[in-house]
Design a protein around this ligand. Sequence first.
Ligand SMILES: [Zn+2]
Length: 455
Amino acid sequence: MNKHQTATAGERVAADRLYWDPALETQSRAEWDAMKLDLLKKSLHHAYANAPYYRQLFDEAGLSPDDVRSFDDLRRFPTINKAVLRERQEAAPLLGDLAAVPEEEVVYVSASSGSTGVPTVSPFTAEDFEEWMDYEARQFWSSGLRPSDRYAHSLNFSLFIGGPCVLGAQKIGALSIHAGTVPSERLLSILQTFQATAMWTTPSYAWYLGETAAKHGIDPKKDLAIKRIFVAGEPGGSIPETRARIEALWGADVYDYYGLSDIFGACAGMCEAKDGLHWAEDHIHVEVIDPETGAHVAPGGRGEMVLTTLKKRARPLIRFRTGDIVSFSEETCTCGRTSMRLMGVHGRLDDMLVIRGVNIFPSDVEAIIRKDHDFTGEYRLVVERENHLDTLIVEAERIHGFNGTDAELAQRLKDHIKATTGVGAKVSILAADTLPRATHKAKRVEDRRGQVWTE
Ligand SMILES: [Zn+2]
């Protein structure tokens, strides 16, 4: 009998069960570490033995998997990044020479087109895929999804890593509606007809959809049955002000999820306590580093997230630099789960704006705007260079029926941005419904200075 009580296909799970996998999810920090270290050693040996590029990389660094006796030892290994994945894929198409199994063992690939437009594939063996779905099920369960729910998966299914996550909802027994990305009116009709109780979209789309519903005379709180909204793909889901406004619009709870196309559709997600995102710690080891020096950052500190997969057979990732600036907590959550929690994705290195030497993330400005209810919450950031000096222009919409003057509203926002981020911005107040509404991933930043961040 397996120590962990995960459900297998066809098995019914009692809806009152608190945890999907109680032994795993509530184990002590020492048990987590022992389990992960054992998995790490096996994974490094697997990579070294079967992936030509890792063998070359480790040999060049004079390191062997046998050198790893603690997580500290892992820090001596070289890092890789998205550019390396792309390059190694081109060197040995289709799967690249970071792959550690023959193609015959691969049953699924997702593909993501990064900023360069060259899609990189993420391969899974049958075992990898099954492990992934078990994690998705665990994560959905922690967010309160149950067999009695009707779950509408409103993400893209075309090669997108988020698509198959719907199978995690099926695994726990929820009635799963493969809605996909359809026009808003069609999606609203699906939600209404099926009386779906849960859905997954991006935060900006959840907002847009709620506003669109209202414009069509549908009150999401009364005419629809959505009680839980899972969001991912943008920082908004972890910005309390943004979450609160989507929750108010829908009369539903919003749970933020974090995914990475090169690993899992969701690698972390909020439990019902909504205090950080429980990390798939049995699958992925996390390091947080200073992006400039590579130095280790202690739990709680902000830095770049570096990931090492612990179970992936098809393509292990060893010290993969994500470019995401994050912070983590290792404290036990009030829900009783002991896995480490992602406390915020503060931005991506390539989203980070440097304004006259000060770092600022669009999510910082978003949080300020959405806290102030004289704004609709829609905004756009424009960065220009005037007389050789960087200038941040913030465009924000005042609500319909705003009583004060644009000048005082602009000054208030300018003061808040200065106090919170240290950046002196120019603020431009627009009428409600002026800015283009985001459908899927929102494009809210326009940098007119040319390339400012290079790898
Ligand atoms: Zn929790």
